[in-house]
Design a protein around this ligand. Structure first.
Ligand code: C2E
Ligand code: MG
Ligand code: MG
Ligand code: MG
Length: 279
């Protein structure tokens, strides 16, 4: 227990430490060397089944702890990585790490769980994205359904290319989710055209939902919409019991948020969620 507390405390300290980079150019030059300097890690946030309490999936969230400037939020460095094109390499690194992790669990004989990976629009629209995903799955010999790709509405620019990439991913057997649903500008018609498995309700609709009837109305409508289309739904950013009550009453199956757990290290995931279920 003492060990656990130590680690939790360390992580907290780490994430608090945020000595902002004085400018983007300097951040970019450090970001360029982040992979080789092993400054990246991945934290995992559990996704909780609101009916059964089970946890069978996690979202992978990239963490960057720079030796000089400390912890940098993905909200700051992902946009820069996208602008500079570095997101291609970084995204590749994340996919490799996640597939390695899934293979490790599979080899250990742990129960099947799924990891959801955030895919940037640039990654998604590259030629052969689906083929690259398939190569990774083959390389590590993992079950395709243990991998989920989270894409945003902004990735769906060209209708024909988006459709064929999603269809290929679907054929491979990868799970497809729409992240930050409700914040993009696309029309709803893509929901009927594309083979989407899961809708993730953006946290802006969950935040203050217990005080804001409009947010509740929107969340309820998204849940209904997903169910009517035969899709699953996950609520993001759940922080309060009252939000869980509202979501359960609206038949929302799954949620993730600080109420259940912050994104945590792989060691923590192994100790808290995997060890106990070893056969
Ligand atoms: P996202 O994919 O929508 O991820 C959810 C964000 O909400 C995460 O922030 C998570 O830590 C945070 N979160 C989870 N539960 C709660 C809660 O209850 N309350 C609040 N206030 N926040 C909560 P994070 O880790 O800072 O990531 C921010 C964004 O950066 C992500 O948003 C995603 O768009 C992007 N990102 C993170 N990792 C990657 C990655 O590997 N690749 C790409 N392309 N983008 C990533
Ligand atoms: Mg996400
Ligand atoms: Mg996102
Ligand atoms: Mg999101």
């Amino acid at each position: 227990i003492a060990k656990d507390r130590g680690r939790a405390h360390y992580r907290f300290y780490q994430e608090q430490m945020n000595l902002a980079f004085p400018n983007d150019a300097l951040m970019e030059s450090h970001l360029r060397r982040a992979i080789e300097k092993e400054e990246f890690s991945i934290h995992y946030q559990p996704q909780v089944n609101l009916v059964t309490g089970e946890i069978n999936s996690f979202e992978a969230l990239l963490r960057w702890n720079n030796r000089k400037f400390g912890y940098v939020s993905p909200m700051n460095f992902i946009p820069l990585a996208e602008e500079s094109g570095m997101i291609m390499q970084i995204g590749e690194w994340v996919l490799e790490e996640v597939c390695k992790q899934l293979k490790y669990w599979q080899e250990k004989g742990y129960r099947p769980v799924r990891i959801a990976v955030n895919i940037s629009p640039k990654q998604f629209i590259q030629d052969n994205f689906a083929r690259k995903i398939n190569e990774k799955i083959q390389k590590y010999g993992i079950s395709p359904s243990s991998l989920e790709v989270e894409i945003t509405e902004s990735a769906m620019t060209d209708m024909q290319d988006t459709f064929s990439t999603l269809k290929e991913l679907k054929n491979i057997g990868v799970v497809i989710s729409i992240d930050d649903f409700g914040t993009g500008y696309s029309s709803l018609s893509y929901l009927k055209k594309y083979p989407i498995d899961i809708i993730k309700i953006d946290q802006s609709f969950i935040k203050d939902m217990e005080l804001d009837d409009k947010n509740t109305a929107i969340a309820r409508t998204i849940i209904q919409l997903a169910h009517n289309l035969g899709m699953e739904v996950i609520a993001e950013g759940v922080e309060k019991d009252r939000q869980v009550e509202i979501l359960k009453a609206a038949n929302c199956q799954k949620a993730q948020g600080y109420l259940f757990s912050k994104p945590v290290s792989i060691e923590h995931i192994n100790e808290s969620y995997m060890q106990r279920t070893k056969p």
